[in-house]
Ligand binder design. Structure first.
Ligand SMILES: [Zn+2]
Length: 238
């Protein structure tokens, strides 16, 4: 009985969320999801799981695709390990403000600090990690992917990630001429979900939503939505 009640609750909440997403922008729950202002355990899109003793969450569809990709990689002798997956606005704010506080201790120009942090880290509210469709794999230093085992991992991902629906979001800017974050060989996106989310983000989110953290006043001036949220590799574009 209890189990049935639980499934009924999951069904109803999933139904509501899916319908909210298709509705008018006055339904703010979907907007909150787009900017990461949801709790992972409250959002029916997300699945929480453990890997290597750590807890992660992902969009259920991205999770399934990742598990399939990991099995295939393993057969080829490649271990894909998660460094990061879904992240909320609140978690991103911690990352951002830790970097901001460290910078501002030695730098009087807060705009300069914001520009420094933006090389690799997103302003809270604008990270694709909020959507649960993004994964950071194996290592967060690009040197790792340039030789030895890391290079093998990169070659495997270049050849196979796309088959599982994943694209490399922040590719080498010298090839793609995109704006925004520096090259991140570790960051992949599950495009069957994230392409639609980017379209929705562009339609529904504006600078009035991107507030509530140190340096937020520069979001518009730095054209964060145009240059960073949309500064992605060609194959990840909707
Ligand atoms: Zn990432």
């Amino acid at each position: 009985m209890l189990k049935n009640t639980f499934y009924f609750f999951v069904f109803i909440s999933t139904f509501l969320w899916n319908n909210i997403s298709a509705q008018d922008s006055s339904y703010t729950a979907y907007n909150s999801y787009l900017i990461g202002k949801v709790k992972s355990w409250d959002c029916p899109y997300f699945k929480t799981f453990d890997e290597g003793g750590r807890s992660f969450y992902l969009h259920t569809k991205a999770y399934k695709a990742l598990m399939e990709m990991k099995v295939a990689a393993k057969k080829d002798g490649i271990d894909l390990t998660l460094k990061s997956a879904g992240r909320s606005f609140y978690y991103q704010k911690q990352i951002w403000e830790k970097k901001f506080d460290r910078c501002i201790a030695n730098e009087t120009d807060s705009l300069e600090c914001v520009k420094q942090i933006l090389k690799y880290s997103a302003m809270p509210g604008t990270s694709r990690h909020h959507w649960g469709t993004e994964i950071d794999l194996n290592n967060l230093n690009f040197e790792y992917f340039e030789s030895g085992y890391g290079k093998k991992v990169k070659i495997w991902l270049d050849n196979n990630a796309n088959t599982f629906g994943f694209c490399q979001v922040y590719d080498n800017q010298s090839y793609s001429h995109r704006l925004g974050y520096n090259y991140e060989p570790w960051h992949y996106s599950y495009t069957p979900v994230s392409k639609q989310l980017l379209l929705d983000f562009n339609k529904r989110i504006d600078y009035t939503h991107i507030t509530g953290f140190s340096g937020d006043k520069y979001a518009q001036e730095l054209e964060i939505i145009k240059k960073f949220v949309n500064g992605i590799g060609f194959i990840c574009h909707p």
